[in-house]
Design a protein around this ligand. Sequence first.
Ligand code: ASP
Length: 584
Amino acid sequence: MYRSHNCGELRAAHINTEVILSGWVQKSRDKGFIVWVDLRDRYGITQLVFDEERSSKELIERAQNLGREFVIQVTGQVIERASKNPNLPTGEIEILVSKLTVLNEAKLPPFTIEDKTDGGEDIRMKYRYLDIRRNPVKNSLIFRHKVTQEVRNYLSNEGFIEVETPYLIKSTPEGARDFVVPSRMNEGQFYALPQSPQTFKQLLMVGGMDKYFQIVKCFRDEDLRADRQPEFTQIDCEMAFIEQEDILNAFEGLTRHLLKEINGVDVDKFPRIQYDDAMRLYGNDKPDIRFGMTFGELNAVTQHKDFGVFNSSELVVGIAVPGGNSYSRKEIDQLISWVKRPQIGALGMVYCRCNEDGTFKSSVDKFYTQEDLAQWAEVTGAKAGDLICVLSGDTNKVRAQLSALRMELAERLGLRNPNEFAPLWVMDFPLLEWDEDTERYHAMHHPFTSPKPEQIELLKTDPGSVKANAYDLVLNGNEIGGGSIRIHDKETQSLMFDYLGFTPEEARAQFGFLMDAFQYGAPPHGGLAFGLDRLVAILGGQETIRDFIAFPKNNSGRDVMIDAPAPIDDEQLEELSLKLNLKS
Ligand code: ASP
């Protein structure tokens, strides 16, 4: 027996009990005549004591030679501590050790195994197994487990069945590049790793499994933006014989359950916003609604004066920064530099101070009267004491820029409280999205998303204006889930492939299986997927997903611990009938 108890469980009630504990040496303190060792395992820390009066000399010497992170087993008696530690759950007791076994020695770890470690990100990733011994990472993994358990419980209770779908498949377009796997047995042919189980879950609906879910890995080869992982986990769901409303209710229920069980928070019915309104009011399809600062479009009240910059702009739009009139000139200049950084890309920023006495002072006073500026305040909802920040230019760009500024200011003003949860549904996304590079429409969600039935005709004349039965669930400014009602008949699906520029042959080659299935009685269906990593991080009150993933990749998509990706042997290449043609 390696242990009778764990290192987090002994209390005063156990005094005089004989116990066996196993774990890692967190640290030791050696006073010569007395040695204390903190023994750690997943459950906590227990103090061991070896002293001259009660332990043999040999035992004390061996205790003195224990190094950090040695794996040891001890037998001893639980005794009352002379000086108790109220900060430690086991702080009332210590173990008077009678027997010490070193199960394994350890090299000195390259960083301290403490909550606040001296190890930087890179070294912690290289030795992730040591990092996992630290509370912040360990607790994040345990937290993730709790969330996934709750997800499974909730969905199972609601009648959903967890079904696994294959990883070695053919491309499923979700807007990224595929990771591909060469097939040895089928020379010159490749599998693609799923960007999502989209087509499989739809086939499960054709198969009659009318409520499906899966906690599943998805793989997308995209240029890595901050805090993205090339492999990530989804809670993937699909339902048949449902309308959009049924899906929204089912997954609002799941989200509410998680907020209640995990965070102890009760949330009312989730608000809903149209995609178009989200873009107009927040410049963004995943608005953080924990705070206001909604956009006010100022074209009508700023154009046709003499200010050329505004007159020639597609959109002039502003936000009111609460209390912003207190900013010094220098602080405002810094804000202007902030929006002009290449990452944001604004050409400049016009501002207007709303003085306490009801007057205004703007950076464009030459062109605008007090009455004009009062209208700015009205449109942006600015009050005395606020600062109005105004950007102008092409609609899409300006919205993105002002949205970034809004988030930055909210962060600085402390308005993004991680313990407050503000979910909302963003509804009626456009079906298609114009792609400047390829000069054609792409599916905004994916090609299986159903257009609003009453708008199908519009596809011929004004495809960009067609809306889809597609929705996103947003939590605190993050998209945590998205889905749609699907096309479930062959005709509409071929029409859609056609609009997306697939020839009938290409559509057949790539998605013939789905179109075939649609001929054998496909029920109306729809679903959604949650990004589990992000959801867990948000519920855990954190910004980054990495600590909630046991073995994450770095920003270049590498696993620095196992050193992957890596070249393969010539022999392996040969077997796969592959030849490299490296560009560098
Ligand atoms: N497969 C979609 C995605 O990964 C989700 C869905 O439509 O259910 O975003």
